[in-house]
Design a protein around this ligand. Sequence first.
Ligand code: PLP
Length: 474
Amino acid sequence: MSDLLKKIYDQESFRQQGHRLVDLLADHLGASLSEKNQVNHYKEPNDQLDIWKSFLGQDHSSIDYFSDIINGSINLHHPKYMGHQISPPAPIAALSALVTDMMNNGMGVYEMGGPSTAIDRLIPEIIGKAIGYNYQCGGFLTSGGTLANLTCLLTARAQLKDRHIWNEGMGDKKLTLMVSEQAHYCVDRAARIMGLGDDGIIKIPVNDRYQMDVSKLEVYYNEAIDKGLEVFAVVGSACTTSTGSYDDLESIGAFAKSKGIWFHIDGAHGGAVVFSEKYRHIVNGIEQADSVIVDCHKMMMTPSVTTAVIYKEVQDSFTTFSQNANYLFEKNQDKEWFNMAKRTFECTKLMMGVKFYAIIQAHGTQAIDAFVTTLHDNARVFADLVTEHPQFELACYPESNIVCYRLIDDQLDEDALNKLNAGIRRQLLEDGEFYIVQTIIDGKVYLRNTMMNPFTEKKHMERLLETLINYSNS
Ligand SMILES: Cc1ncc(COP(=O)(O)O)c(C=O)c1O
């Protein structure tokens, strides 16, 4: 054994570095929550690349390295972070990440991760209970909402009884699915990965709240049938990414039932609302879905990526990658719930469940309720401030924790308004006091806040609006 390898695995140096690292991160957390640091130190991509290219040639301790990563990264724990939909991780979940990265159990088969395999089964059951499913529900965890949606759509397709696409390929008949035109792009991508092509996804227009216009479902369905397409699934968004609009899940569920097609819900962002006593009603009807996915790394304080895939009937999850033409013959596989790779895209997988489980074992699912409810409340506080302000307008009143709004000015045409809003967003990014993002809806540039940090208060929101106005005047 070389001395180098002995040094790399030295127990005492790990202990010392670990203590210093935890101190560093705790100081960072404190400085962020008390706003003693910035949200962001934005650098152009090529400048960033140069810094890290030259870093290797210089003499740095590992702690210097960690410190530079922390200082150069966007700061999710800062109350002025209101950007993309990703959680400021609960510190206990971050500590779990250290445990899982050290243990590094591969998870593909049970023997390579006993505790994490059991936890991966329990989390979808806990979320399934909050959804309102009965004891037959269940699923697994996977690496992100994109992969989770694709997995569920493959499960939906596997239910077609008259042919076995997994074995025989697509054949002549053309399959399609229905989804709101505001759905996350990964649903479109999933349809194309599945070989469904342009006709394989029917985008239903939205109403003035950017929810799927459910009154159009029947018309679009009939049009598809007339074109010789077979609709195998309908996807509800809970909620959409751009405006955070929750589709009318009860109506979509009733439609799916009437047609005997699979009902899938993309709850990557908003699915966590099932834990909120105050806002649970927004997703009434979610319990009708055949499958639901929820990102724990969005509104459940968990580090990325951790996505729960939950089936109303866990039995269905065994059919997705089933090589047996008649999946009914595979029913016995439920005895094999513990060999996760049979049902997931991943073979080797992160011990992701350990992080979410750490939160609920320490604080209960009421921690998720507190988090989701606060974020939804905050969006309403911010939206009210925007509504009261004569120089701003909302795209629509928020249903989730996402608020889209823009600066308006009677003197400017739409093109100039777009430039103004995109320009001040860019200025904000470079300045680093706040982090918000932008989106385009109906050709108009909107500023977009996702209220991800429960420590964001009204005073931060007021200061943000004031800063935006100052930028627009400068
Ligand atoms: C509604 C929705 N679905 C799916 C995704 C993709 O999830 P992930 O980023 O975990 O792959 C997102 C991401 O923002 C989303 O908002």
